[in-house]
Design a binder for this molecule. Sequence first.
Ligand code: NAP
Length: 267
Amino acid sequence: MAGVIGTPVRHSRSPAVVNAAFAAACLDWTYAAFEVAPGRAADAVSAMRTLGLGGLSVTTPHKRDVIASLDELTPAAADLDAVNCIAWAGDRLVGHNTDGDGLVASLRASDGIDPTGARCVVLGAGGAARSVVRALAEAGAADVVVVNRTPEKGEEAAALAGAVGRSGTEADLASADLVINATSVGMGVAPGAEEPLPVDPQRLGAHQVVIDLVYLPLQTPLLLLAEQRGARTVDGLGMLVHQAAIAITLWTGVAPDIATMDAAARA
Ligand SMILES: NC(=O)c1ccc[n+]([C@@H]2O[C@H](COP(=O)([O-])OP(=O)(O)OC[C@H]3O[C@@H](n4cnc5c(N)ncnc54)[C@H](OP(=O)(O)O)[C@@H]3O)[C@@H](O)[C@H]2O)c1
C-alpha cells in the first residue's frame, strides 16, 4: 500500500496514474489519496510506520512539515527544505524531492530535449521552481536564470543552481534555449482563454522550447501563444508522470512503464 498525503487531494490524478503503473507491471501494490489536515503531517508519517505503508507521496501543505518526522533526507530534499516522496531504506524513512528530476527525466526521455549545456530561464520561485532550478543545474545547464514577481525570492531560488544560477528579468528570455513556467499563472484557466500570462509572449520565438508545469488545462494560454510564435512546446503532464515513476522505482524497485502512466494521466 502506498499513497499521497495532502489537502485538498481527493481530486488528484496520482492514484489513476500510479495504479495504472502497478497494474501494468503486475505489482501487488495499490495507491490511495489520503486527505491529511494541515498540522497533521507528523501523524501521517507515524501512521506510515505503524501501518507499514510502502511509500508516500507528499503534497501541499505538508512538504516541509514531514521533514521533522523522517530519519534521513536526500541532498535535494535537504537543499530544497521540502519532501515530495517518502521511501524506506531498510527500517529508515528517507525524504526525497523528485519534482525537478522528474522534469529533467521527462525532457530527456519523452521529449528528446537535453538540458545539458542549455541556457534556461525559470519563471517563478516557489516549490516547483526551486526543485527545477536545482535539477537543471545538476543536469549540466549552462545557465539558470530565475525571473520572479518577487525578486528577493528569485535570488534565493537562483542560489540553488550554484555558479550557473542568477536572478534576472524578462529581457533574459531573448537568449534562452529553454523557458520553463513554474509560476501558478495559467492554472485552471478555461482552454483557449488568452489571459493570464506569466511573461510577455512577444519575447518568445522559434529558437526556443517553452515548457509549462501547469497541466490544467493541458494547453495553457502561454503554450498556445508560444506555439503561435513558432516555439516548441511541452505540457506539464510529462513532469507529473516522471516524478511519479521515480517514486514507484524507489518504493518497489521496479521501473514502471512510462507510456502506460502517460496514457492514464491524459485519460
Ligand atoms: N507538472 C507537475 O508535475 C507539477 C509539479 C509541481 C507543481 N506544478 C505546478 O507548478 C505551479 C507552481 O507550483 P508551486 O508549488 O511552486 O507553487 P508556489 O510555491 O505557490 O509558487 C508560486 C509561484 O508563482 C508565482 N506567482 C503566483 N501568481 C503570480 C502572478 N499572478 N504573477 C506572477 N507570478 C505569480 C509566485 O511568485 P511570488 O514569489 O512573487 O509569490 C511563485 O513564484 C502550480 O501551478 C503547480 O500546479 C506542476
